[in-house]
Ligand binder design. Structure first.
Ligand code: JFZ
Length: 454
């Protein structure tokens, strides 16, 4: 074998084994990087959990049901026929997709992922293989996915479809013996029929009817009838329909808890890991990942959940995620009328104020080589380091960890004010003004002299 052939054989092996791990057909690293490019640049997206569960909004027969709003069918053991009544009353007359997208965009979000079908089995899009959808079963009669996908693209945002593998409504998909919908052990002998005649056709509808869809975000993959072989098959099925798709790792069966990784500590199938309600302390080195998080304690709207995280916490979480190389998918739960609750709108507005000034320190950045400083976080792009200062020093002196060379330039991102940098015995010290431009996070831009500078 000639040397060049040997190299070719090795790189082919590398590409193939990597592709196998992703569940993809053959794709080189360069092809994968190109496919993931917009997503890696985006950093910040809006998750929308919306469905008929917004009608009961956390209360069933006068009783407040504990747990997640979108789980009310399971948590309150609501029979299918009764839950269908919520669908028949789902009439979001105030739904304004352009307004939702404007709110997301003004917050600095670059993409939107919405539940096209959650565990309750109700589809928000126009499905030909089901009568249990927005067009056929609600008084609203309109396809809300169509409207939102179009609005997102009109305003320059990417669009993704959440799709639950678990389905509490389809008789072939789950435990037919009410009231245990969420079984991890029950096998439905007809599950294959559900996959072939319902789930895959619905996925095909999503990809073919809505050309805006760039992300498919699976969930509910823990049902006993799902497995990695089915996951790989569906991943390949989707990529054959649309090679540019980005698919999360919940397409596979082996995800472990909420960490976003499987038992082997890997993403497993799919293109990115999905830690839920948490930021991995060290990120997920070497893999793409996205933390999804609620703003209060539910994904789907609950009328009485007012346990809102404050804007500062939300922004610092975004910065924390970005500093560790991940994306932040922040959830909103609209009401049954189609309105985003005011506490959500105000927080997103405030996040936007910060992002318009400091977005440069978030989008398309990567993990720095300077670790996690005690006073905040670092992000990095090219030769530029961004120091996000959470805890402003009272004496105006901030020690930079791990940095060795005095940067060519240092200034506040908010007002371009120059910052004096001093080299001391242990490292670099910044001399900051007495009052920070932002008490949420003030960004100091440090332009290193060269790629080799540290
Ligand atoms: C899942 C959904 O059940 C939930 O409704 C929401 O859509 C969220 C984004 O994803 O949440 C989970 C998934 C797995 C566990 C808990 C909640 N788990 O493994 O404990």
């Amino acid at each position: 074998m000639r040397f060049s052939n040997l190299i070719a054989a090795f790189s082919l092996l590398g590409a193939t084994s990597r592709a196998a791990a992703q569940g993809a057909t053959r794709e080189s690293t360069a092809q994968r990087d190109a496919r993931m490019a917009w997503w890696r640049e985006a950093r910040f997206g809006m998750f929308i959990h919306w469905g008929a569960y917004a009608v009961p909004a956390g209360t069933y027969k006068g009783v407040r049901v504990p747990g997640l709003g979108e789980w009310i069918m399971s948590r309150a053991h609501i029979p299918v026929s009764e839950y269908e009544q919520f669908v028949h009353r789902f009439n979001p007359e105030h739904f304004d997709p352009d307004a939702w997208v404007r709110i997301a965009k003004a917050a600095g979000m670059k993409y939107i992922v919405i539940t096209t079908k959650h565990h309750d089995g109700f589809a928000l899009f126009d499905s030909k293989v089901s009568g249990y959808d927005m067009v056929d079963a609600t008084p609203y009669k309109r396809d809300v996915i169509r409207g939102l996908a179009a609005a997102a693209h009109r305003q320059g945002l990417r669009f993704g479809a959440y799709y639950s593998i678990m389905d509490w409504h389809h008789p072939d998909a789950q435990e037919p013996n009410f009231p245990e919908y969420n079984s991890r052990t029950f096998h439905n002998p007809q599950f294959d029929r559900y996959v072939e005649t319902y789930m895959k056709p619905q996925l095909r509808e999503l990809i073919t009817q809505y050309p805006e869809i760039d992300v498919v975000w699976f969930d509910g993959e823990w049902v006993a009838d799902w497995n990695d072989a089915r996951g790989k098959e569906v991943y390949d099925f989707l990529h054959a329909l649309k090679p540019s798709l980005i698919i999360n790792n919940r397409v596979g069966h082996t995800r472990q808890g909420l960490s976003g990784l499987n038992q082997a500590g890997q993403v497993g199938l799919g293109d990115f890991g999905t830690p839920e309600q948490q930021v991995p302390p060290e990120g997920l080195p070497g893999v793409d990942w996205e933390t999804c998080m609620t703003m209060n304690d539910t994904w789907g709207f609950k009328s009485y959940d007012d346990d809102w995280k404050d804007t500062r916490t939300l922004l610092r979480t975004l910065i924390d995620v970005a500093s560790k190389g991940g994306n932040f998918l922040l959830n909103v739960g609209p009401t049954a009328e189609g309105v985003l609750p005011a506490p959500i709108v105000s927080r997103l507005g405030e996040m936007g104020v910060w992002m318009r000034v400091n977005g440069e320190a978030i989008y398309g950045t990567r993990v720095s080589s300077y670790g996690q400083p005690p006073w905040g976080r670092y992000t990095m792009r090219g030769n530029t380091v961004y120091a996000h200062i959470f805890d402003w020093p009272k004496d105006g002196r901030l020690e930079l960890t791990g940095m060795r060379d005095v940067p060519a330039r240092a200034y506040l991102l908010a007002d371009k004010q120059s910052i004096k940098v001093e080299r001391g015995g242990t490292g670099l010290t910044l001399h900051l003004p007495a009052v920070p431009p932002s008490t949420i996070a003030t960004v100091v831009v440090l332009e290193l002299a060269s790629q080799g500078a540290r």
